[in-house]
Design a protein around this ligand. Structure first.
Ligand SMILES: Nc1ncnc2c1ncn2[C@@H]1O[C@H](COP(=O)(O)OP(=O)(O)OP(=O)(O)O)[C@@H](O)[C@H]1O
Ligand SMILES: [Mg+2]
Length: 411
């Protein structure tokens, strides 16, 4: 997949950008606060329809335009699916508009519109048209941070690739909050607990699909990531991804507790329907406890994932370097996984990640980027890159929201 053109209007510090994008690696070079991360954020938005670091879409609209009665922040991209065996060869055009408008009382409202080839789409329908894999300096949080970080990581990757996953997530969250409201109400005012039956069915049906896909995908990515980590550590480390679903369709029996932490549990034979039935039965069994608690205690909203290297839990015992290498392996595996699943290579977006890696890992990553179809990397310091890489890359200077493409250098 190749992004060929990008234009931005009122997006962060870009009042207007209109630029052709070449294939291969593009290095975005500039001082602090010039717009490097914002440019990657705009591109990633086309894949995820959410920002990787803003807590609200409104933050993406240029400050200076925000007091206008009507502001439209726009990201427009053209891209090709260039893989030979892909059936989708034609050039695609994807446009996102964030529209901030004031009503007659002066209250401002934000709307999001998405157009794929000129046709309006819902977020969940536009997902998967454009694919990107993101590398950030705080990726370490995937291993070391709270379980939300890992769920977010899984959701963003799966939404791009598994049709229906994004809309299932939205629907699951809606059902979950309705069910929680009812549990709270039953807790405070009693009432007919039978009303839960409807929400249990919904939660189990949608939740089961989410769990099913997480089982499959974690299994697939684990295999690829283990191979990459094996290569990166020259065979010294064996990586395992241990999915910990809050509703476990194959609960660990008390006899198994004595087994080591990394004893593999293969849940991949479970069908979505088996999971649904088990989930629903379990909800019925713990109903009294849940009413007492006033919230839903099991389901994909409470899942976790652990990273184990040679049997130790990296989130708890891993050294910084070990965790970094494991995340790098995970991300590199994600590229291969996404390529296999979608039939075309995703665009790679790397924000200042080189500075975090030791020279051996840096070389390894750069080697892989050299041959990627398209990668965009930000840096404040061009010296981190080897001359051989720089000579094969396109260099863009970014300054105060303006991009200046440098002529391609000769080695
Ligand atoms: N909504 C917005 N409107 C206008 N400017 C914004 C908005 N949000 C952020 N900015 C500004 O845009 C500038 C560029 O930010 P960005 O994070 O892209 O910089 P950067 O080049 O990645 O810098 P660094 O090297 O420090 O990471 C910053 O000065 C930031 O304050
Ligand atoms: Mg930045």
């Amino acid at each position: 997949m190749r992004l060929t053109h990008l234009s931005l209007t009122h997006f962060r510090n870009f009042s207007r950008l209109d630029i052709d994008i070449p294939g291969g690696p593009v290095l975005l070079v500039g001082g602090n606060a010039q717009g490097k991360t914002s440019l990657l954020e705009a591109i990633y938005y086309l894949a995820a329809f959410t920002s990787f670091h803003a807590s609200h879409d409104r933050q993406l609209i240029s400050f200076w335009a925000q007091n206008e009665p009507l502001v439209v922040s726009r990201i427009v991209a053209e891209f090709d699916y260039s893989t030979a065996n892909s059936s989708r060869e034609a050039r695609q055009r994807l446009e996102v508009r964030l529209i901030s408008e004031q009503d007659e009382f002066g209250n401002s409202r934000l709307r999001k519109e998405i157009l794929l080839n000129g046709v309006s789409r819902k977020v969940s329908d536009a997902m998967g048209a454009f694919n990107a894999v993101l590398f950030l300096p705080h990726m370490l949080r995937i291993v070391e941070g709270a379980p939300e970080e890992r769920r977010r990581y899984l959701n963003l990757s799966l939404s791009q690739v598994i049709p229906g996953y994004a809309s299932d997530l939205t629907e699951y969250n809606r059902v979950l909050s309705q069910r929680n409201a009812l549990l709270k109400q039953l807790n405070e005012r009693n009432g007919d607990a039978g009303q839960l039956m409807f929400w249990d069915e919904q939660l189990a049906a949608i939740g089961a699909r989410i769990i099913y896909f997480r089982i499959q995908v974690i299994h697939e990515i684990e295999k690829l990531a283990a191979q990459v980590l094996h290569d990166l550590t020259r065979g010294q480390e064996v990586l395992r991804l241990n999915y910990l679903p809050a509703f476990d369709p194959m609960p660990v029996s008390p006899l198994q507790y004595a087994l080591p932490l990394d004893a593999p549990i293969d849940r991949s034979g479970q069908t979505a329907d088996q999971i649904r039935r088990g989930f629903q039965e379990r909800l019925e069994r713990i109903r009294a406890e849940e009413i007492q608690r006033g919230s839903t205690s099991i389901g994909p909203h409470r899942d976790d994932l652990r990273f184990l290297s040679n049997g130790i839990d990296l989130g708890v015992y891993g050294s910084r370097g070990q965790c970094r290498t494991a995340v790098l392996a995970l991300k590199l595996a994600e590229i291969t996984w996404m390529t296999n699943k979608t039939n075309h290579a995703p665009v790679l977006l790397l924000d200042e990640v080189l500075a975090e890696l030791d020279p051996a890992r840096r070389d390894d990553l750069l080697g892989r980027l050299m041959v990627s179809e398209q990668a965009m990397l930000t840096t404040t310091d061009l010296d981190l890159f080897k001359p051989s890489f720089i000579s094969g890359a396109h260099i863009w200077q970014i300054s105060a929201g303006q991009v200046q493409a440098q002529p391609v250098m000769d080695a």
